[in-house]
Design a protein around this ligand. Structure first.
Ligand code: CDP
Length: 241
């Protein structure tokens, strides 16, 4: 039997989206990188000149704004096409400006509540790989398979730095590392749905893994799904004694 709902969480640039996209592709499942929803709300707030401190206004955006996450048709490296009120913002939501404000926006409980509702509507249909910070702990705590993808901050910053340089962005490694540390801190310490591994999640450390090895490792976990479930059942049984 294959897992129908797969939840993948982890800090910035740990490899979770790359893994999630690959698994969805292999299994023929829907792929949803939930970070794009928080990024889209942050982008609209900035576009409308709403300051990041305006929690009530930003919460209303989270509730009302039309966000579409579509399968990617373009061949420019995108995993999905993201539209806000019909406008393609796929690359704009990746800008340093959005990146600077997205974690404070994602810490607002009302924004999380509104976006979590949208995510659950998608998850309940099954056959989905969903990626984020709180998918296995809050959004779909009953997901069939939960992965928690980690890597050292230095390696994560190097990966993100290379991605940005390839897109022609003028950033330094030190700036990227500082941004990653800051988002890790906000995402892990917020009161609502902080970043953490689910108790029944499997941690995959990608620090020293090539993309090929990383794919092989997660494919092994999916293929061993029945065995993994069984092992977890035994572990839960013994912890209850
Ligand atoms: O790609 P990267 O890991 O850098 O970030 P992302 O997954 O696009 O998420 C951007 C931000 O959205 C994160 O730093 C979190 O603050 C927030 N987020 C969240 O709080 N919960 C989620 N399920 C997904 C993202």
């Amino acid at each position: 039997m294959r897992p129908s709902t797969i939840a993948i969480d982890g800090p910035a640039a740990s490899g979770k989206s790359t893994i999630g996209y690959h698994l969805a592709d292999c299994l023929g499942y829907l792929f949803l990188d939930t970070g794009v929803l928080y990024r889209a709300v942050t982008w609209v707030a900035q576009d409308r000149g709403i300051p990041v401190e305006a929690e009530d206004q930003i919460t209303r955006l989270g509730e009302d704004v039309e966000i579409e996450v579509l399968p990617s048709a373009a061949t420019d490296g995108r995993q999905n096409t993201v539209k806000v009120d019909g406008r393609d913002v796929t690359w704009e939501i990746r800008s340093p400006r959005v990146e600077r404000d997205v974690s404070p926006v994602a810490a607002y409980p009302g924004v999380r509540h509104a976006l979590t509702k949208r995510m659950r509507e998608i998850a309940c249909k099954g056959y989905v790989v969903m990626v984020g910070r709180d998918i296995g702990t809050v959004v779909i705590p009953d997901a069939d398979l939960k992965l928690y993808v980690v890597a050292s901050a230095g390696v994560r910053a190097q990966r993100r730095y290379m991605e940005l340089r390839e897109k022609g962005k003028d950033v330094s490694y030190e700036q990227v590392l500082a941004g990653i540390h800051q988002r890790d801190r906000i995402d892990s310490s917020r009161a609502t749905a902080p970043l953490r591994a689910a108790a029944d999640g499997i941690t995959v450390d990608t620090t020293d893994l090539s993309v090929e090895t990383m794919f092989a490792e997660v494919e092994r976990l999916v293929n061993q799904y029945d065995a993994v479930k069984c092992e977890q059942g035994v572990r839960n049984e013994s912890s209850r004694v």
